[in-house]
Write a protein that binds this ligand. Structure first.
Ligand code: ADP
Ligand code: MG
Length: 257
């Protein structure tokens, strides 16, 4: 029985449901295994904490025992508050992940709340392979295969009010894959949008379809009411901008399948 299971695992690899189009190459190793990874991030024993050494909020990397299904996590015990002129909260990391799940965006690695020692914080899955845009030389990849991921990233950042999408906060996965990290400063109450010209059709459908009640239910544990109201207002502003762009340029050049 065990042998058969092993054989099946070797043969089929990860469960079929989790396999995106470019299955073998995907760097989004959490997809289809979210529940097990979240449980491990929440409860696994931490054997070592080390400074990541880059980044301004000085996150740490925590190593886990056992080392599967995830061997280490990013540890951000950022209690909600202002630091150096920026509002920051570890809870925003979790809200970004929960919203990614609700939208089926598949770009934000799992993030959960836990304690390590006396601190509460966000425990975020560490991705072993991918480098950040900063580590890769500072340029967001360009060309046709990257357009969709870039559009989805910009839409997500507008929705969550994220002022902090710098080169250190984008990881490069398989060709066409971007992975979004570091949302501790997102969910601003500012309702202004970054300028955009095009949106991804499926993601925009998803963003429109999700009811206010579902959004509130998912975000309420992590984000205060004015910030949730601001997110809903930004979505309304995105809709108005898209209507205006479609009227001026035609649907086909604005809403990209
Ligand atoms: N989940 C992750 N997987 C792999 N590397 C990560 C992850 N999170 C952060 N890093 C690396 O650590 C750096 C700093 O983390 P980040 O969350 O951006 O913190 P800061 O708020 O200090 O900028 C990132 O630029 C990236 O290189
Ligand atoms: Mg960062």
């Amino acid at each position: 029985m065990t042998f058969l299971l092993l054989l099946a695992t070797l043969w089929f690899g990860v469960p079929a449901a989790s396999q995106p189009a470019s299955a073998a190459a995907s760097a989004k190793s959490w997809l289809g295994r979210e529940a097990a990874i979240e449980a491990h991030l929440r409860a696994a024993e931490v054997t070592k904490l080390e400074a990541i050494g880059t980044g301004v909020t000085r996150p740490q990397r925590a190593y886990l025992q056992p080392a599967a299904p995830v061997a280490s996590l990013v540890w951000k015990p950022l209690a909600p508050g202002r630091r150096g002129g920026h509002w920051e909260s570890y809870k925003s990391e979790i809200a970004a992940y929960e919203l990614d799940r609700l939208l089926q965006l598949h770009m934000v690695p799992p993030a959960v709340e836990r304690r390590i020692g006396d601190d509460a914080g966000a425990a975020i899955m560490w991705l072993e392979g991918p480098r950040s845009v900063k580590q890769a030389g500072g340029h967001v990849p360009s060309g046709p295969i990257w357009g969709g991921a870039i559009r989805r990233m910009k839409m997500f950042d507008n929705l969550i009010g994220n002022p902090d999408r710098n080169a250190g906060n984008i990881l490069i996965g398989a060709p066409g894959e971007l992975i979004l990290i570091d949302h501790s400063r997102a969910f601003l109450s500012d309702t202004r949008l970054e300028k955009f010209e095009r949106v991804d059709a499926a993601l925009w459908e998803g963003m429109k379809r999700i009811g206010d009640d579902d959004l509130r239910r998912v975000l309420e544990p992590w984000i205060d009411r004015p910030a949730i109201d601001a997110l809903l207002e930004r979505r309304a502003r995105m809709a108005a901008t898209i209507d205006r762009l479609v009227a001026a340029k035609g649907r086909a050049s604005v809403i990209i399948p």
